[in-house]
Write a protein that binds this ligand. Sequence first.
Ligand code: SF4
Length: 385
Amino acid sequence: MENLVTIRDLAVRFYTYEGVVHAIDDLDLDIRQGETLGIVGETGSGKSMTALAILRLIPYPGRIESGSIVFFDRDGGGELELLTLSEGRMRSIRGNKISMVFQEPGSALNPVYTIGDQISEVFLLHRRQELGHRAKQRVESLLSDGSGLADSVRRPFWRWQRRLYNKIAQKSHPVEPRLLSHIPLFRRLLWRLQDEASLLTVNMLKDVEIPDPARVAVHYPHELSGGMKQRAVIAMALACSPKLLIADEPTTSLDVTIQAQMLELFRRIKADTGASVLFITHNLGVAAEVCDRVAVMYAGRLCEIAGVEEIFLHPSHPYTKALLDAVPMPGKELQTIPGALADALNPPPGCRFHPRCPSATPMCQQERARLKEVAKDHMVACHLC
Ligand code: SF4
């Protein structure tokens, strides 16, 4: 399977008054076309930072120190090095080719706009040409249909509109609908585009299985349940048919029955759209349900990566084994991982897991273990493997 995203030697640091936080250290990771790659690990292991680095949205005072993130856009731009793209180009990729579903849908939605307005915004921003085409087709059908033209005086005006939509549909034309909307004569232009965006929005809400989508589109976020809000956020993320959908703990804030529905929705989306999904979770059960491959991260480094069955049946890294042992099971005493996550301000030398590892050797305290293949498509970073 070909790669969609290739991350090499990625390092993310936060420059704080207390010192330099090593959030991600020399990360190598591939996301393949059409797969669901899960990233698991404790809080603070660098899962979300990896996702934000792909979108170049690392918050201040963090920065991407070094490395490379290549996005293979086979339908358009070709091979794109995301870390060196201009901010304008990056904005055209975010929400369009790569989109993200955040953990807390309540904070991902703007409380003062309706759900429909927020999803339409994505269409108006990234799919304006398509809206222009659709609006032009609508006007053309009115022109050819004599019944809709009771007032022949309006014909020239509609012809003029058709020409304008035609120009919007041309990628290079600088017509800015929002600017024109301030001129009363042109306001109709924006209304027509908004009408088209609203139709696409209702279809999108229907696609994510929201009942009565036309009614929900005019609701504000506070009027929806947690599950409905998360579906609306997923609809927004899918509006432009992204090549990569990043889901950052999308089920954590939902109750168990809604979680199951969301996982089913993610499975269906992947099957229907063929998009790759980067699924971030700390819940191994969820990873087992939806992922094709699973990457385990600890203290900003990748410990192990393998196919979902391989990693659950034959875990090799002591941290992966400890995580699996810590999964609560009926009739089994609850296991914990002794110690605390490595301090990112002063990470331990050598293998960062060595202060908590039951198998640590003197070499583990001095030398970092590099990823090596222990079985087909199964990589582990441990001196004992
Ligand atoms: Fe444990 Fe050493 Fe392997 Fe690290 S390298 S996981 S400390 S055995």
